[in-house]
Design a protein around this ligand. Sequence first.
Ligand code: SF4
Ligand code: SF4
Ligand SMILES: [Zn+2]
Ligand SMILES: [Zn+2]
Length: 171
Amino acid sequence: MQSERPITPSTLSVKDLPWQILWDKEKCTLCGKCTAVCPVNAIELGVFRKRTVKPPLGFLETPASVYKAYYGIRQKTDPAYNCVGCAMCNIPCPNDGCEGMVVEKASKKGRKFYACNQYPECRFAMWDEPFNDVCPECGSHVLGVKRPKGEAPVLSCRKKGCGFKKPMPSS
Ligand code: SF4
Ligand code: SF4
Ligand SMILES: [Zn+2]
Ligand SMILES: [Zn+2]
C-alpha cells in the first residue's frame, strides 16, 4: 500500500518517532559525549530558536516577538537516523522499576559521586565513575570503573545481586 504522504525529513517531527530523546537545556553542558557515543548518529548539536512574545507597554504598541538562539542537542527527524533506544547516550538507573537516570552529584564535602535522579524515591548511588556498557548477564547499563593500584582498570556491574566483572576495554 502506498503511504498517503511522502516520508521525507520535513514531514516528520520528533513526536512521530518511536524513541524521543529528553534533553534538558538547563542541565546540558554541551560536552558532546552523547552525540559521540550514539551508534546511529540520531542526535546532533544544533541551534534552537525560542520565540517569546513581548507584551505591549501601552495601547498603541503592538505585541512583538523576541527570538533567542541557543545551542543544544537535537534529535534528527530523518528516518535514516532513527534513534534505536539503546540508551548509550545516557545511563539508565539499574534499580528494578526505576525510570531514572544516573547523574553526577557532589557530596557535602565536595566529593563527586553518581546517583539516580529520582532521589529520594530511588536511592541508587555509587562513588565509582559509571561506564555505559550493557552487562551481558543482567542487561543493566551501569558498570562502575575500579582502578586498583598498579593493575588494569576493571568494570563491574552495579545492579544489585549481579556480580559481573570484566577488564575495562582500552580505547
Ligand atoms: S546532553 Fe549530551 S552534550 Fe549535554 S551534557 Fe549530556 S552528554 Fe553532554
Ligand atoms: S538512545 Fe541510542 S540511538 Fe537513541 S540517541 Fe541515544 S545513543 Fe543514539
Ligand atoms: Zn533509580
Ligand atoms: Zn549485571
